[in-house]
Structures are given as structure tokens and as C-alpha cells.
Design a protein. Structure first.
Length: 142
């Protein structure tokens, strides 16, 4: 894009549009983004339902506040990991101000790649026998 003086101008939209096109460029995901994608992998959800789902499947260890959630959703929309759903549930049962989100194909592929990356890390931790017993690190004084 050029402005009136003929100099090149790049907007935030240009950066997003030309951002990462492959899954590997998105990794590693933050825990919040990973768990939001995980929540959306079961189907469309609105923000509050995403917050509840994340809290439930992390046994309460990850509590997303509204600022964190909606900041993540905004960045995830820009990165095309998710999109706003066009259709809404029965309007009689729903608040029309709610926005519903769904995972995109790119988001699903990114989620799968991150889950595989984490599985490798968990396998390494299992090989070190870090699960199921209290361990201290070698050489670390308590």
C-alpha cells in the first residue's frame, strides 16, 4: 500500500494476512491458546462456555479471565485459528449479544501438532519416571 506521498505503508492487517501460513510457525502454543482450541474442538462455543470448559478440563488449574480470553480470541481470529460462527442457536434460548466461535481447519491442524509436541514431552517425563512419585532433581539441594 502507498500513501499520498508515495511511501510504502504496512498495516497490522497486512502483517496478519502475510503471517504464518504453516502449522510449525505457530508452535509452541501458549497454554491459554491450546486449551481454547481444545475447547472448540468439540464444537462451537461462546466466550463464557469456553472459559467454563477450559476450567473444567484443567481441573481448575487454568482459569481464563475475560481479558485473557477475549485477547486470545482476537489474536486467534487474526491468525485464522478460529472464526466466528455464522449460525446461532435458537434465539429464544440464547442472548443475541453472544458471539460464537469455531475452530478452523488450520486451527485443528495446529492443535493436533501441539498435542503431538506435548505428547513427546510427556513421554520424556515418563521415561525419567517423573509421574506418580515425589522426586528431587539430581544435584539440587532442598
Amino acid at each position: 500500500m502507498t500513501n499520498r506521498t508515495g511511501s510504502l505503508t504496512i498495516s497490522a492487517t497486512d502483517v496478519v494476512m502475510n503471517g504464518p501460513k504453516n502449522v510449525e510457525a505457530m508452535l509452541p502454543l501458549t497454554p491459554a491458546v491450546f486449551h481454547i482450541l481444545l475447547a472448540l474442538s468439540d464444537g462451537e462455543r461462546h466466550g463464557y462456555a469456553i472459559m467454563r470448559d477450559v476450567a473444567a478440563h484443567t481441573n481448575g488449574s487454568l482459569q481464563l479471565g475475560p481479558g485473557t480470553l477475549y485477547g486470545c480470541l482476537k489474536r486467534m481470529l487474526a491468525a485464522r485459528l478460529i472464526e466466528e460462527a455464522d449460525e446461532r442457536p435458537d434465539r429464544e434460548l440464547d442472548n443475541e449479544r453472544r458471539r460464537y466461535y469455531r475452530i478452523t481447519d488450520f486451527g485443528a491442524r495446529t492443535l493436533r501438532a501441539e498435542a503431538e509436541r506435548l505428547a513427546v514431552a510427556v513421554s520424556a517425563a515418563q521415561a525419567k519416571r517423573l509421574f506418580g512419585r515425589k522426586v528431587g532433581l539430581v544435584g539440587v539441594k532442598r
